[in-house]
Design a protein. Structure first.
Length: 226
């Protein structure tokens, strides 16, 4: 199958895991397959086919053994956000090897640097997102916790392929995190990152009771964003 079909197949395997992760206590986003498909497709569109094929195989193995990789991700997140609950559920997690831990750490190090740079370029978009570091967590799980928890659900083979792909993108001057974020805002209806940043500025100003003239949507927007 081609890349688009492969991504569609992966998302179709993930959706039941996401939809059922809380049993009967599902939240609103678990009843919204369209948004789930859009956001996951935004991410996987930046992967290469070798990484996608490996992750697809991870999902097949998990399904065959009755495991939910989405549930495992949320259990890993509890290690930082709800330590008591983590102790109750951690027995459901497969053991993580030293090599896998090292691969997760290396991928996150690259993603962290790229996310920090992205937030310098588009600081207002960052206001609507998760905190970046685990140490900054309050009500929301941080990007660090979310990303590293998901990475831990991938096989070592998938992590190796994904790391090689991210490094290959870097060598070509391409930014893995930026491209995922760009795809995500496009899915939300924005033309590009600049338009999304300007829209966020309007929202922030409205929150402070400042009215922006309709014919001047870029008023007060920094020059490096316009």
């Amino acid at each position: 199958m081609d890349k688009k079909e492969l991504i569609k197949s992966i998302v179709a395997k993930e959706w039941p895991m996401f939809h059922n992760v809380n049993g009967e206590d599902r939240v609103d986003c678990q009843e919204d397959p369209t948004t789930f498909e859009n956001m996951r497709t935004a991410q996987f569109s930046v992967w290469d086919e070798a990484s996608l094929e490996s992750y697809s195989a991870d999902l097949d193995k998990a399904i065959a053994s009755g495991r939910s990789l989405v549930k495992e991700k949320y259990i890993w997140m509890m290690e930082h956000t709800d330590k008591e609950a983590f102790q109750a559920f951690k027995g459901e997690l497969p053991e993580v090897s030293v090599e896998k831990d090292a691969l997760v750490a290396e991928i996150w190090e690259i993603m962290l640097a790229q996310t920090e740079e992205l937030r310098k370029q588009y600081p207002l978009l960052a206001l609507g997102g998760r905190p970046l570091h685990a140490a900054e967590e309050d009500k929301w799980a941080s990007i660090e916790t979310y990303q590293t928890s998901e990475l831990k659900t991938y096989s070592e083979e998938t992590l190796k392929k994904l790391l090689a792909h991210i490094k290959d993108m870097q060598a070509k001057g391409e930014d893995f995190v930026y491209k995922i974020q760009e795809n995500s805002v496009t899915c939300l209806g924005y033309k590009d990152m600049k338009e999304a940043e300007i829209a966020m500025m309007g929202q922030v100003m409205n929150d402070f009771g400042i009215t922006v003239e309709p014919d001047c949507p870029t008023c007060m927007v920094p020059d490096d964003v316009q």
